[in-house]
Write a protein that binds this ligand. Sequence first.
Ligand code: SF4
Length: 381
Amino acid sequence: MRPGHSTDYLHILVVKVVRACNLRCKYCYYINDDTRDYGSSMSVETVTALYERYRDYLSAQGRQGAIVWHGGEPLMLGHARFARIMDLQQETGLAPFIHNRLQTNALLIDDAWIDFLRRYDIGIGVSIDTDQVSHDANRVTPKGEGTYAETVAALMRLRQAGIGTGVLSVAAGAADGRHAISSLRALGVSSADILLPMTNNARQKNADTAIDLEDLPDFLVDAFREWVRGDDPSMRIRLFSSMILQALGRRTTFLGTGGADMSSLAVVETDGSLCMDTEYSQLERFRISGGYSTGLNVNDDDFTFDRAETLIKAFVSDVGGDRLPSGCRNCQVAALCGGGHPGSRYDDADDSHDHPSAHCKALYKLGCETLSYLRDPQPYI
Ligand code: SF4
């Protein structure tokens, strides 16, 4: 396989294999009152078209890609249907070119799913919020019950079975940042993504759609202090390590601290339509603007991933995902923050992304704290 920078080509496909979930997380961008076609799932025909076209693209380039199975809750597809979809990777000749990951709330994990994950060598990410209070407040069943205890039990079960498991947490500003990190540490989490709640400047201006970001800056700074105080190199938090690396002049692939890597990723919806990163779904959900759908579908006769790559790269360039917004250029933490995720920069006042992120206040405070730590780590330890 040919080496190359990850931004050179479409190396990650996030596949929305089923549009259903056994939870009703309060911040969910996907399963909510606006969800169309709830319960639909990807057909074998669409999976086959996707595999054949991704195989052609990767084999022509001599490169590896990744499929991240997503939903909704992807395990709601059921053992037999998911196994059929995985077997198709061998049958279509895609298997040598990809590895698979799966993002799950883990509540359906049982011995059969553990066998499935082992058999198909699938890495797994478990969605678990930073601590029990925020998890139980947000990640609830349709009856409104919290799910922290069940999620932790599933995480332990996966770990005992030797399945490599990362964690994905949404930052809840109201939570205590120190407690959030110590809770993840107590669970033995070695790799976590802390994601900022999805939003953008247009959404934040409207009282009906704005989310409360007031406590987010303090949450992030407290979490960062606790993370460095632990001085535990085995615990990686991608938001924090990306800021540190970027401060040192290194490139990272984390979209929350800049958008250079956005052209390496596409979302494939259950009907086969090809879309931009999920942050852009917010613009369509709240009827603010377009941007999520590319207009391409893997089932179209003339669909190729080469064409998709060209279109996505043009979009990223159009929205300035490959550069800082003008308002960020003199910011002292611009190198660390990267202007935030391009989707969070959109403002309908001028229908453009050339604005500091809706998360600017939080990213600025975290960036300043990171610089302060790098100048003199001693007080932090
Ligand atoms: S902190 Fe704000 S102004 Fe500074 S780079 Fe980030 S988004 Fe731009």
